[in-house]
Design a protein. Structure first.
Length: 147
């Protein structure tokens, strides 16, 4: 029978990490979603949750004795989010959704952080991101600034 380190890990911590990833991803998405921006709480929740799970798998899910570079999975998650972000940005041959794509990238980073049990960075980044996404950006009148 094949055993893995995954079975020796406290499963409650893993469940906690996944639940926190879902909550934090939802919080980021909640502050991003409105009628104009398509991606919202569900999308951000899935990005954060999936990133956390991939990280947990990379840390605990391989057969004992196997040498694994866990940073490769995190790098692959970041690359995958790049593809999702590109889909968000390029719509109808126009560039829109850069902030949404960046928010998804941050949600993935939060998920990875939680998968590695780095709770404080995940909390701090989630709060900062929520603040940034909620803040109203000032409209700049280009004609007025040109003179």
């Amino acid at each position: 029978m094949v055993t893995t380190d995954f079975l020796n890990v406290d499963l409650m911590i893993i469940v906690l990490n996944l639940v926190l990833a879902a909550i934090f991803g939802y919080a980021i998405g909640y502050f991003r979603h409105d009628k104009i921006h398509g991606a919202g709480a569900r999308t951000f929740t899935l990005v954060s949750l999936g990133s956390c799970l991939f990280t947990i798998i990379s840390v605990y899910g391989f057969v004992g004795g196997t040498r694994v570079d866990i940073s490769r999975v995190s790098a692959a998650v970041v690359a995958g989010i790049g593809f999702i972000g590109a889909g968000v940005i390029w719509k109808h041959k126009e560039i829109h959704g850069v902030t949404t794509a960046a928010g998804m990238w941050v949600a993935a980073a939060v998920g990875i952080s939680l998968g590695l049990k780095l709770y404080l960075p995940a909390v701090v980044v989630t709060i900062i991101t929520m603040f940034i996404l909620k803040a109203k950006h000032a409209k700049v009148d280009n004609k007025k600034n040109a003179s």
